[in-house]
Design a protein around this ligand. Structure first.
Ligand code: S3P
Length: 221
């Protein structure tokens, strides 16, 4: 976000062509939303990517198309893959609202996800996710949708997800998940001890399902 703000300021102050892109797992956000802040050029990789944050040109094209046509961009992936962080950056960059399915459920229920799991059970939570997906399907206009990590595990949710807009799977390694979620107490599925084993098991089962649900995949760490 800081890069985009800086690009906008520079653009206003110097009447010069400008390129603003950033590297790293979250860098791709600047590559698709940078133009909104004055970047004249973006880059996609033809053949192998050579730096983190780069996107293959075919995927970059799909993302740019979604932004230009003001379609919804739906982020899916494992806990800690960066859906919320990237969602905020993309929403800021594209000037569209961010809808987070977990937050929608929490505010409708008036309690946290952990409390919903403890008091009403996981099956109830999954039913709420389906209802939220239906609700989002009725909303007009561009938005960035950040989904709970388990939402695509119900394959009945794949069609409504795709009907929303461009579904982007953010892929993350076990190591990065463990690092990002160290000390986190808000994910009931990882709170039962042996988080490393649990993350490994869940990633193994979930990765192919995320791939099936998605239109494109981006590695975030
Ligand atoms: C879950 C992921 C969480 C939240 C709930 C269940 C999952 O969302 O929906 O704790 O099954 O992976 P995040 O992916 O935003 O952490």
């Amino acid at each position: 976000m800081r890069l985009m703000e800086t690009a906008r300021t520079m653009r206003e102050e110097m009447n010069q062509p400008l390129i603003a892109i950033s590297m790293g797992g979250y860098g791709f956000a600047s590559r698709i939303a940078g133009e909104c802040f004055g970047s004249d050029v973006t880059f996609g990789a033809v053949g192998n990517t050579s730096a983190p944050g780069q996107l293959p040109v075919s995927e970059l094209r799909k993302l740019l198309m979604a932004v230009h046509l003001r379609k919804k961009i739906v982020l899916i992936g494992f806990m800690g893959c960066g859906k919320t962080t990237l969602g905020k950056t993309l929403a800021y960059g594209t000037g569209s609202p961010l809808c987070d399915t977990d937050q929608m459920i929490e505010s409708a229920e008036g309690i946290t996800i952990s409390q919903i799991f403890a008091e009403k059970g996981e099956a109830y939570f999954r039913e709420r996710e389906r209802a939220v997906l239906r609700e989002l399907g009725e909303q007009e206009g561009m938005m960035i949708v950040s989904t709970g990590g388990g939402l695509p595990m119900n394959e009945a949710n794949h069609e409504p997800l795709k009907a929303l807009g461009l579904v982007v799977f953010l892929e993350v390694s076990k190591e990065m998940v463990l690092e990002r979620l160290k000390g986190d107490t808000t994910r009931p599925l990882l709170s039962g001890g042996h988080p490393e084993k649990r993350v490994e098991e869940l990633l193994k089962v979930r990765t192919p399902v995320y791939e099936k649900a998605a239109d494109i995949k981006i590695v975030t760490g």
